[in-house]
Design a protein around this ligand. Structure first.
Ligand SMILES: [Zn+2]
Length: 405
């Protein structure tokens, strides 16, 4: 963490004029990501006094949102450390990832573990897909009748509206103006939040980064989610950036930037879009040399191409290397546009990382970004791109609202 970011954080927590909800939110986000965590570690990571931590934590302990326990298994400086974690074991959250081919519905708590996951093929029509999803949500609610459902988070492969209730447009599903919050709202009291899937995956990766570093919360990175399409999530100062004004929800739609003039036709109506060349799904047509399928032939799946490459198949290997090159060209453009030199790759594409990494980095080295010191590209978790992201959307919304007593 740089000096400037730690000053920024301590300002946020100490400045009396800053918003109380936001102060609490930073603290809660850190506790959630790094739990169980001691007061001393919180103070260090947020660069604030321990007394400020105690002052903020006290009402949360009193209302039963947090619990503090002695770690019996560890001794630090002659003492057994006291650590904080979320209590409220009865609060739960439902996540829905509506994917182009498959969808998932699952459940989590403030502890962060995924307690159930149900995968199903996405019906092509929005109405049928949402009916099916709603049935699955109702089942989960019945099975957890003794607990409190707090928020439902939904991740979608497309643009969302400013209020995060509707899917505005998903080119790969050909769905337009779908009021998802309305269709999945089980009753008036449970909020449904709809988020772009790359942004959701970025939220998930941000929590993982906070968990696995000793830094504060001011992480900055670009998340590139490559699966059926390509989506980009932007995390700036530890928070996702969605755009402003009428553009809220469009930030990160780089999958449809033109990368080959007059190139392959895309579902969005344009030609030569990045995702036609660098998504996991684009590997199939690249592998087939862009020829039409023969009778009884089916498109090879991405994991099949990776498996063949692992067994030494040259054509598969070349396909993945080409994807890496195209991915690198696009990533260099994105870094140039937003000025964040750290990139995390997420989604199905991660399975082929061993073949993709080298040509990807070569493409970046060729670009002007390659002249910078300290750019980095790393593979994230393929799982974060699906259900993990949708659940993250739900929990983040709950923490941002300020917790009910
Ligand atoms: Zn397109």
């Amino acid at each position: 963490m740089s000096d400037s970011s730690s000053v920024y954080q301590s300002d946020l927590l100490n400045n009396e004029t800053s918003n109380n909800a936001r102060k609490g939110n930073l603290l809660l986000r850190l506790i959630r990501a790094a739990q169980p965590i001691s007061r001393t570690e919180i103070a260090n990571r947020l660069a604030i006094d321990k007394s400020t931590v105690t002052e903020n934590v006290k009402p949360l302990l009193a209302s039963g949102i947090l619990r503090e326990e002695t770690l019996e298994s560890e001794i630090v400086k002659g003492r057994k450390p006291r650590v904080l974690s979320f209590a409220r074991d009865n609060d739960y959250f439902i996540g829905v990832n509506l994917g182009v081919r498959t969808s998932q519905v699952g459940l989590t708590t403030l502890k962060g573990e995924i307690l159930s996951e149900d995968d199903f093929t996405t019906p092509p029509r929005a109405e049928a897909a949402l009916d099916l999803t709603r049935g699955k949500i109702e089942n989960l609610i019945r099975e957890n009748a003794d607990k409190n459902l707090r928020v439902i988070g939904v991740s979608v492969p497309g643009l969302t509206d400013v209020e995060r209730r509707k899917l505005v447009y998903a080119p790969n599903l050909d769905w337009r103006n779908v009021d998802i919050a309305e269709a999945l709202g089980v009753n008036g009291s449970v909020k449904v939040v709809v988020e772009n899937d790359a942004t959701a995956a970025a939220m998930y990766e941000a929590r993982m980064k906070i968990r696995h570093t000793s830094d504060g919360l001011m992480t900055n990175f670009i998340l590139v989610r490559s699966g059926t399409g390509i989506g980009v999530g932007l995390v700036i100062g530890g928070e996702v950036y969605r755009g402003t004004g009428a553009g809220r929800g469009i930030a990160g739609e780089f999958g449809h930037m033109t990368i080959v003039a007059g190139g392959k036709h895309c579902d969005c109506g344009n030609r030569g879009c990045w995702e036609k060349y660098a998504s996991a799904a684009s590997a199939a047509s690249l592998y087939l040399g862009d020829r039409p399928l023969r009778p009884h032939e089916s498109m090879p799946r991405f994991v099949e191409i990776v498996a063949k490459a692992e067994n030494g198949d040259i054509r598969s290997k070349t396909t993945l290397e080409k994807i890496g090159d195209y991915l690198g060209i696009g990533i260099a453009n994105v870094i140039m546009g937003v000025g964040i030199p750290r990139v995390i790759i997420s989604g199905r594409l991660v399975y082929g990382w061993q073949f993709i990494e080298k040509p990807l980095k070569k493409a970046i080295e060729r670009s002007i970004v390659g002249k910078l010191d300290g750019w980095s590209i790393e593979a994230g978790e393929p799982a974060g791109a699906v259900l993990g992201g949708a659940l993250e959307v739900a929990v983040e919304e709950y923490l941002a609202q300020g917790l009910p007593a």
